[in-house]
Design a protein around this ligand. Structure first.
Ligand code: PAF
Length: 285
């Protein structure tokens, strides 16, 4: 596996692959790889002839007071893990080269980026879209794989790709969970052992909502289910709900009643320091 650190070198390599007729699959990441990332890389290996994993802790998607400085970084470990699943190129550019002096362009997806995580993280999705667009330009992938764990991010990227006529297929990979049900995330590394148990309140909320939907003889009011979930979580010691919503999986607009396309989506803070997100469809199809 090759480590590429300069945008120009990456673009040259991708241009060569395209000339050779290779299909390029991209997995965009911020590193600190866990089994969830490795599953995305495995899918990229199946779908593409050349697999590029980008590793870039994107400063412009972090707000003031967020965890940019603390975000876990271990290039050597990540390098070994990516190589072990057959990645061709680990692309790890520097912030200086991604955002040279004078950089001032932003991509904004308006409505989809507003609510949910966008409400408490203003500008977050602008930062995500801008960096993903830059990665697409540099790597010129035929397809890019994003985890469903960041469901709003996936919806926003899909919208950007359609709106700007980008010739990249966006592939969703289902959330990878620990045996306990906890969704895998680099931020789980901030949790102490005991806190992992508290963090399970998100997965429990999903199971609770699915069970309600499964056993109800009539369509459930989304607001009632969200209210019960919020109450359950807020009574879990140390856990505070930031939001719990049941939305349409495509528009991300709130549902009145739960239907086949409804998605439960939630953000919770554990012990005031670790912010976790999760989501799931509620109707077994
Ligand atoms: O999901 C992430 O890891 C990041 O938001 C992404 C898509 C790599 C953009 O920095």
């Amino acid at each position: 596996m090759k480590l590429v650190q300069h945008p120009g070198e990456m673009a040259d390599l991708s241009a060569l692959w395209r000339q050779e007729g290779r299909k390029i699959a991209l997995v965009p990441t911020m590193g600190s790889f866990h089994d969830g990332h490795l599953a995305l890389m495995g899918q990229a290996r199946q779908l593409g002839d050349r697999v590029v994993v980008s590793l870039f802790v994107n400063p412009i998607q972090f707000g003031p007071g967020e965890d940019l400085a603390a975000y876990p970084r271990d290039l050597q470990k990540d390098r070994g893990l990516a190589a072990s699943v057959g990645v061709d190129v680990l692309y790890a550019p520097s912030a200086q080269e991604m955002y040279p002096p004078g950089f001032q362009t932003t991509i904004r997806v308006a409505a989809l980026a507003k609510g949910l995580c966008g409400a408490s993280r203003p500008g977050h999705f602008d930062g995500v879209c801008t960096v993903v667009m830059k990665l697409f330009q540099q790597i010129m992938p035929h397809l890019a794989i994003f985890g469903e764990k960041d469901f709003q991010q996936l919806a926003v990227i899909r919208r950007m790709t359609r709106d700007l006529d980008l010739a990249v297929s966006i592939i969703a990979h289902p959330t990878v969970r620990e045996e306990s049900g906890l969704a895998m995330s680099s931020r789980n590394g901030y949790l102490q052992e005991g806190e992992k148990e508290q963090a399970l309140c998100l997965y429990r909320a999903i199971c609770f909502a699915r069970e309600l939907v499964k056993t109800s003889p009539f369509p459930l009011a989304a607001a009632d289910v969200c209210g019960q979930i919020a109450e359950n979580i807020n009574t879990t010691p140390g856990c505070v709900v930031e939001y719990v919503e049941i939305v349409d999986a495509d528009s991300l607009e709130s549902c009145e009643t739960i239907n086949n396309n409804s998605r439960l989506i939630l953000a919770v803070t554990v012990n005031r320091k670790v912010r976790l997100i999760d989501n799931a469809g509620l109707v077994e199809l």
